[in-house]
Design a protein around this ligand. Structure first.
Ligand SMILES: [Mg+2]
Ligand SMILES: [Zn+2]
Length: 267
């Protein structure tokens, strides 16, 4: 089968449009076809493909994944309904003079921005607000930066927060995160997800909910355990600083002294 490009498909839809280019017709069609797509899954959940297919549980041998794998007509039906919907969305876009390229580019940029924001803050607005997991407090970096920079420099961490001094590496995990009884620290994580959340899906970009607690993308940069101070930054320590709670610079100074103390036996 020849492969259509988007432009060709846009032209093709015009030749099969009998609606006189009615925007309302396109909108109704988009809803209708979305409903038909849902209908496929409604029948599966109803039990039309057996009881074991009714529930979408995390077992590739049961639920929707099972049905899609074993019933080619279901996959075909999905393709068919998505195709129907694509026709209506393409007509609507053509009518308002927008190309699919524009849609995809805009969507990609939007998601990348969201991904970046979540990484920056360590807690996008989609983050489930639940005690320890939320970092709701914005603090003035300049109140704490000197204390922290002094610690980094004197204790053998780079200005980013990487453990550099010999001896520290034995306390670092595979991602370079330093951990001892008193504190944990890792530099800003430039990489992708480390917890195995499916890449390339919307969930991947939809915030910490999709990731495990220790995923490097969302883990906090610094955690002082005894009094539970958690701090996040963006790229450089304390840039766009957020924390799990308020604390004073005296409290912070004491915490850093404690961290320092915890390193004194490292050769
Ligand atoms: Mg249809
Ligand atoms: Zn992850």
């Amino acid at each position: 089968m020849e492969i259509l490009d988007f432009k060709e498909y846009e032209k093709f839809t015009e030749s099969t449009d009998i609606s006189n280019q009615s925007i309302q017709f396109y909108l109704d069609g988009i809803s209708e076809e979305g409903g038909e797509l849902s209908g496929i899954f409604k029948r599966i959940r109803r039990g039309d493909f057996g009881d074991h297919a009714k529930y979408d549980i995390e077992d590739p041998d049961k639920g929707l994944e099972y049905v899609i794998r074993h019933y080619p007509e279901i996959k075909k039906a999905i393709v068919s309904e998505i195709g129907d919907r694509h026709w209506y969305t393409t007509r609507l876009l053509t009518k308002i003079k927008v190309g699919w390229n524009d849609v995809m580019e805009y969507n990609k940029a939007k998601l990348e921005e969201r991904k970046k924001d979540n990484t920056i803050m360590g807690h996008g607005e989609e983050r489930v607000p639940s005690g320890d997991d939320s970092m709701p407090v914005s603090l003035d970096r300049y109140e704490f930066l000197d204390i922290f920079s002094d610690f980094l420099e004197k204790e053998g961490f780079s200005s980013y927060g990487h453990a550099e001094k010999k001896g520290l590496e034995q306390y670092c995990d595979e991602f370079g995160r330093f951990k001892n009884q008193i504190f944990e620290m890792s530099a800003f994580w430039w990489g992708d997800c480390t917890c195995g959340a499916e890449p390339g899906t919307i969930e991947m970009y939809s915030g910490p909910k999709a990731h495990k607690k220790d995923c490097m993308v969302y883990i906090c940069n610094f955690h002082y355990k005894p009094t539970n101070i958690k701090i996040d930054w963006y790229k450089y320590p304390f840039r766009s600083m957020t924390a799990n709670r308020e604390f004073t610079d005296d409290e912070f100074r004491t915490a850093m002294r404690d961290c320092k103390e915890s390193l004194k036996d490292i050769i």
